[in-house]
Design a protein. Structure first.
Length: 225
């Protein structure tokens, strides 16, 4: 699989480059960053089987237009607002596109458990404390918003930006007499890059539409029993 990397100099992008160089089956055919020229983007997209993007929303939207024109699938993990996600979806009419706020599989298992808890514990208050490195641009994290969304509009979110943390999400259901805590910690960024790579392999050949990580997981479960 020939991969084009958007955000190649970034924290996640550099780990993705390492994974691709270690891999015997995939190769990187190009990478772009904030300093790249439009011609470099065109050339990379033309030469790729699939694009993986961890960058900034403006770059994601530009790459999506070029990917759509060249009919190349796109997997993106860039944190996007609802508006940007809407713009992204409407500019990708001809390609399969997968966006996920978090490429950790345990985070998505946690989300499904939160939905179950919310049904069974309707009288409990729910909060998410998310902690990330001090240079993270968005707050609250897209993952915290996604987790809160599983429970409902009364969820509270607290954001902490400190040091070099890769990403902690601590979810609490708090009642009058007891409290349930479910938490996830990203120990490094390899999990994000490898999750995106697995999704990239999966998305090639799919019909044009917006896919989620849940679509990928559903197929994986069906394939492996
Ligand atoms: N979905 C997930 O699992 C997951 C996990 C972690 C992070 N994220 C998200 O992924 C995104 C990237 O995170 P990060 O920590 O790797 O960020 P980062 O270290 O700030 O890297 C951002 C990358 O985007 C590039 N970039 C900036 N403007 C660009 C442009 N106009 N065109 C092309 N590339 C451009 C930067 O290039 P320069 O070096 O030239 O500035 C850099 O390579 C963020 O939105 C973050 O929230 C998602």
């Amino acid at each position: 699989m020939k991969v084009g990397v958007v955000g190649v100099t970034g924290r996640v992008g550099t780990v993705l480059v390492e994974l691709l160089s270690e891999s015997g089956e995939h190769s990187m055919v190009g990478g772009i960053s904030g300093n790249s020229r439009p011609q470099e983007l065109e050339r990379m997209v033309q030469n790729s089987d699939v694009l993986i993007d961890f960058s900034v929303p403006a770059a994601t939207l530009r790459v999506a237009e070029v990917a759509d024109r060249h009919r190349k699938p796109l997997v993106t993990g860039t944190s996007l607002s609802e508006d940007d996600l809407g713009r992204l979806t409407s500019s990708c009419r001809s390609i399969p596109l997968l966006h996920s706020c978090n490429f950790s599989i345990p985070i998505h298992l946690m989300a499904s458990f939160l939905r179950k808890c919310a049904k069974i514990l309707p009288d409990f208050d729910f909060s998410v404390v998310e902690k990330h490195h001090s240079r993270k641009k968005d707050a609250p994290s897209s993952t915290a918003l996604f987790l809160a969304d599983q429970v409902g509009p009364k969820s509270q979110i607290v954001s902490v930006r400190s040091g070099g943390l890769c990403g902690d999400h601590i979810c609490d259901f708090i009642g009058e007499d007891e409290m349930l805590t479910i938490s996830h910690r990203a120990l490094n960024r390899r999990l994000f890059a490898s999750g995106a790579l697995r999704c990239a392999r999966w998305i090639i050949g799919k019909s044009p539409k917006l896919y989620s990580l849940e679509d990928f997981l559903e197929d994986e479960v069906n394939c492996h029993g």
